[in-house]
Design a protein around this ligand. Structure first.
Ligand code: TMP
Length: 208
């Protein structure tokens, strides 16, 4: 089973993913966690290129770097794990490109869907959980986390985008989720991690 976690900055997808991993382990499900960008060996270099504050990248160049990261991630990490019977939980996947580069940057979401399909050779998640949260609340959380972890310089590029960009991203996730009700679930990400996980658990139970 392949499950992805999506959402704006500070939506709590990292925490939700870790709790899901623990819960799945309790159910006897052998799951592994990974993330994008940067889930593969090549991806680690691409991640620092993509998220470095000073990199000036055109929307198209950015798109193809994310797709390169994803193609390698699927080939090197995700497919082999699924083939060996593991469940894979990924912090971001193709929907991030469709939403950030599409609804956010203005590229065509349907075209991005096709390009992603090529990059992942048809491997789409069984379940995608979109953590939906007020943009200002999310950004404030992300800022605090970056300061605490000293990430402000190295990974602050997207957090530095205007509020309007993040509002487009949030709205984009909602629109994209509405187009794919069979796979994408919108989760209210307000409240404590326990409250959020309580909203996620029924979907995990159903997917098992
Ligand atoms: P993260 O903070 O969740 O690790 O995400 C890194 C940033 O990369 C986040 O701002 C969203 C952005 N991103 C894209 O714009 N497109 C993509 O395809 C992916 C995977 C991430």
């Amino acid at each position: 089973m392949f499950i992805t976690f999506e959402g704006i900055e500070g939506s709590g997808k990292g925490t939700a993913l870790r709790r899901s991993l623990e819960w799945l382990a309790e159910q006897g499900c052998n799951a592994v966690q990974t993330r994008e960008p940067g889930g593969s060996g090549l991806g680690a270099s691409l991640r620092s290129l993509l998220l470095h504050t000073s990199s000036r990248i055109s929307s198209e160049a950015e798109l193809f770097l994310y797709l390169a990261d994803r193609a390698q991630h699927v080939e090197e990490i995700i497919r082999p794990a699924l083939a060996s019977g593991r469940t894979v939980l990924s912090d971001r996947f193709a929907d991030s490109t469709i939403v950030y580069q599409g609804y956010g940057r203005g590229l065509d979401p349907q075209e991005l869907f096709r390009l992603n399909d090529l990059a992942v050779k048809g491997l789409w998640p069984d379940l995608t959980l979109v953590l939906d949260l007020d943009v200002e609340v999310g950004l404030e959380r992300a800022r605090r986390r970056n300061q605490e972890q000293g990430l402000a310089e190295s990974e602050g590029r997207f957090e530095a985008e205007a509020l309007a960009f993040h509002a487009k991203v949030r709205d984009g996730y909602r629109q994209w989720a509405a187009l794919h009700p069979e796979r994408i679930r919108l989760i209210d990400a307000s409240g404590s991690p326990e409250e959020v996980f309580a909203r996620i658990a029924p979907y995990l139970a159903k997917a098992l």
